[in-house]
Design a binder for this molecule. Structure first.
Ligand code: DQA
Length: 143
């Protein structure tokens, strides 16, 4: 099974940005963590990060027919991007929404998730383990 793991804006700043919320581990640590979890589950994970909404849209479109599933942390675009939602609906690749923190317990503007409107399931509030949970869920159900 091929899973595309997409990370949105500012996740490249992990380890530096708001460590009280996101922890001290870096984006490189996250990529290594996902690689280890995917290998243990016997799935193939390709991990990408962008700060640009259009790039996220391009990658979601490209997933159609090329990947079995998307694990998506759209970061701030989660709460703003109709374009990401439309791309997910167009691509029709099964998607799991992921967040390191629990957005619903933070500022009110984080309570809306456009990603959730297209996602089969949301995994949040467990730091890096949110990604592990999403990978394990796709591996167990076979995407
Ligand atoms: C986040 C939560 C979002 O609200 C925020 O904009 C992020 C990261 C998370 O992983 O907890 O950048 O997606």
């Amino acid at each position: 099974m091929k899973i595309l793991v997409l990370n949105g804006p500012n996740l490249n700043m992990l380890g530096v940005r708001e460590p009280h919320l996101y922890g001290s581990r870096t984006y490189a640590d996250l990529v290594a963590f996902i690689g280890e979890k995917a290998a243990a589950l016997g799935v193939e994970a390709e991990v990408r990060q962008t700060n640009h909404e259009g790039t996220l849209v391009d990658w979601i479109q490209e997933s159609r027919g090329a990947f079995d599933a998307i694990v998506l942390n759209a970061a701030a675009y989660t709460h703003t991007s109709v374009a990401v939602l439309d791309a997910l609906k167009a691509a029709q690749t099964p998607v799991a929404e992921v967040h390191l923190t629990e957005p619903k317990e933070r500022e009110s503007f984080r309570r809306v998730s456009y990603v959730a409107m297209a996602a089969e399931k949301t995994f949040s509030g467990r730091g890096f383990d949110s990604y592990a949970d999403a990978l394990a869920w796709f591996a167990s159900k076979g995407a």
